[in-house]
Design a protein around this ligand. Structure first.
Ligand code: FES
Length: 105
């Protein structure tokens, strides 16, 4: 499945992600800027914060309590904020678009 990452400067990166990888893992492996992922995917750093395109937001699995709690700590949270390490890429998410916040570069 293909995931489009929009960096804060507006640059688009399209990455072909292996099913089962997280949106965060694919970003790190492909040097997408703006996703830092300090904790390596343990849902405890919130430096993998992304905004999910509105067309996709409702199609993702619901947030866990841990994710909801971590999102309260990020800079500039929005209703479509998610932690990218908690989004597993599946065929159903082919075409997913996420953008990165300013304060994570
Ligand atoms: Fe740390 Fe997602 S990588 S919360």
């Amino acid at each position: 499945p293909k995931v489009t990452y929009i960096e804060f400067n507006g640059e688009h990166r399209v990455v072909d992600v292996t099913t089962g990888r997280s949106v965060m893992q694919a970003a790190v492996e492909n040097n997408v800027r703006g996703i830092i992922a300090e904790c390596g995917g343990a849902c405890s750093c919130a430096t993998c914060h992304v905004y999910v395109d509105d067309a996709w937001s409702a199609r993702l699995d619901a947030k866990s309590e841990d994710e909801t709690a971590m999102l309260e700590a990020v800079c500039e949270p929005r209703p479509n904020s998610r932690l990218s390490c908690q989004i597993k890429v599946t065929e159903a998410l082919d075409g997913l678009v996420v953008s990165m916040p300013e304060k994570q570069v």
